[in-house]
Design a protein around this ligand. Structure first.
Ligand code: GUN
Length: 290
């Protein structure tokens, strides 16, 4: 039977650790870390995610500021708010929740965030620092995957790690982390990859971050592999109170019995993104409050 990687438990452990560190900061006479969150428009999933981030702030003792704007806000106005947060020394870190409305450039907005306040780890400076001896703030979702791998003591050195999905937010930075920090041999697959299964079958550690439910089936996975599913797609389901369920990219029922370790969806990587946001905000605060 595989070990089910429990992201809920690990993220709860991380919250407990951060809470202690917030108390230690306060004992030194410093204020609590302060996270600001910008959300634009009324996308239901985004509001749910932001709700989770606020709950986490409360749990660890961070201060937080929620800034909500109508979906009609102009790019210029939003940039001004970003600049204000960049300049506000009472704010240690902030995020702009994605997606943004089509008339606003995600690239422009995220690249205007000061790297030292970029607790999502989206900016080029933070991305680039993954391979530096002095890493800055790490991209949050890949950092969460690395925490799961470390805390489950999964061997990575010299292992074949195959990542499916080369996005800027997950696959590409994770490939650098797995190679640089974890000494794995990394294959980064994407939509142009020919014969995907021939690559995934070689994986000792298979990470899938595409957003296509059912993409990975049992014929694509080597016996004893570690499988980490970053996909979270909402699927309408009238039998659920919320009206939907979350689905990963891996066909869990048929793949799980083959694996040594596997992340469920929900409850695997999902909660770790918020844990990483808390880790980064604490780090940004420590740097800011020096
Ligand atoms: N939308 C979905 N995931 C994320 C995330 O990690 N950060 C931000 N800012 N927006 C998101």
């Amino acid at each position: 039977m595989p070990t089910i990687i429990d992201g809920k438990k690990i993220s709860s452990d991380i919250r407990d650790e951060i809470k202690l560190q917030v108390e230690a900061l306060k004992n030194e006479g410093k204020r609590a870390p302060h996270l600001a969150i910008i959300i634009v428009g009324d996308d239901g999933a985004s509001h749910t995610y932001v709700g989770g981030k606020i709950t986490a702030c409360k749990a660890v003792g961070f201060d937080y500021t929620l800034m909500q704007f109508a979906g009609t806000i102009s790019e210029d106005k939003l940039l001004k708010h970003v600049d204000q947060l960049n300049a506000d020394t009472d704010i240690d870190g902030f995020i702009v929740q994605l997606p943004l409305p089509a008339h606003i450039s995600v690239e422009k907005i995220t690249m205007s965030i000061s790297p030292e306040k970029d607790v999502d780890g989206f900016t080029n400076e933070n991305f680039g620092s993954i391979t530096s001896k002095v890493p800055l703030l790490m991209p949050a979702t890949p950092l969460g995957v690395m925490e799961l791998i470390k805390r489950y003591e999964i061997e990575t050195e010299g292992k074949n790690c195959v990542i499916v999905g080369a996005s800027r937010l997950v696959g590409a930075p994770l490939a650098l982390m797995m190679s640089n920090e974890a000494n794995a041999t990394v294959t980064l697959c994407h939509k142009y990859t020919k014969d995907l299964a021939s690559h995934t079958r070689e994986a000792d550690i298979l990470v899938v971050a595409v957003g296509k439910p059912g993409l990975v089936t049992k014929n694509m996975v080597k016996e004893g592999a570690v499988v980490i599913d970053v996909g979270t797609t909402r699927i309408e389901d009238p039998s659920k109170k919320s009206g939907f369920r979350l689905s990963g990219d891996v066909d869990y029922e048929e793949v799980a019995p083959l694996t040594s370790h596997i992340t469920p969806v929900p409850g695997g990587v999902g909660p770790m993104t918020i844990a990483s946001l808390m880790i980064n905000t604490l780090q940004a605060a420590k740097n800011n409050l020096k």
